[in-house]
Design a protein around this ligand. Sequence first.
Ligand code: TRP
Ligand code: SF4
Length: 338
Amino acid sequence: MHNPGSNASTMKKRVFSGMRPTGRLHLGNFFGALQNWVGLQDEYECIFGIVDYHALTSEYADVDRIRQSVLGVAMDWLASGIDPEKSTIMIQSLVPEHAELHLLLSMIVPIPWLERVPTYKEQIQQLSDKDLSTYGFLGYPLLQAADILIYKADLVPVGEDQVAHIELCREIARRFNHFYGSVFPEPQAKLTRMARLPGTDGRKMSKSYGNEIQLSEDPKSISEKVMKMVTDPARVRRTDPGNPQICPVFDYHKLLTDDDGRQWVTEGCTTAGIGCTDCKELLLKNMLPVLQPLYEKRVELEQKPDQVRELLIEGSTKAQGLARETMGEVRQAMKLDY
Ligand code: TRP
Ligand code: SF4
């Protein structure tokens, strides 16, 4: 495959992914992305970015929250098993080369390419409490492309909803290479396949609904939330049979419970052989051993914020070295190397 400029410094393929610092991470972030990232660290050279510029594209009115979230996101990553010995963790705005590449790419990206990104009009409507008719918000998939291309990443672990952005990134790389010569390899999306984890009330997990379970939440509070979770509304009484396929609790079982356990739930639920309490107790039995160590690690990390900050600065410096190399090539290709 034609793969100009691919990362030759190591044998490993390079991975980049990012997360916005807009609050505490929840279980959806953990099972949807983080757990995946953790598993990539041995096989790939990973760079993980706390993408604060991205947060600004929609949260520009609340810079305090972005600022306060950055360290917490890093702590959640570390608690989840992102290992700074193996992977580079960085803060996007500490590597302003991302912004420079974004600017240069903006010269060649036709506006309709951005306007037809499926999430664009949808989000403007959904987040109607914010004015998102900004230049920055339209350009955010381009910023994402710059994040990926600046490290010449081969693979980008993302969810289904972001695949269109990676496709756009590939088109942008092609267009750049067409005008200025082969600089950028075309990255590939690495799909993280997972059932969307609903909130405790069955709706989309979201801060605004108050139905979140946070990643580093105290096990006691997790247990309380799980025991109060909404179930199949048909199960009014213990003797009413239910349908796991429409129950949010079962979505959690899909992630945490083995085949035998899920079989037991399905059988018991549809015949009213078990109650929802039994079902939730099994879930907690499988869930707490996964989350408890995370909670403990997070509490430990909260005692040493300076060390975490240090790791982010070190990682950003390392990332900046790579970003500068690419920008050297980009400036040369675009005749900006005075
Ligand atoms: N756009 C992603 C999101 O909103 C976050 C992100 C920013 C990202 N830059 C990236 C993901 C680069 C993958 C690669 O969730
Ligand atoms: Fe949901 Fe389990 Fe109750 Fe069935 S038994 S309705 S799957 S909580």
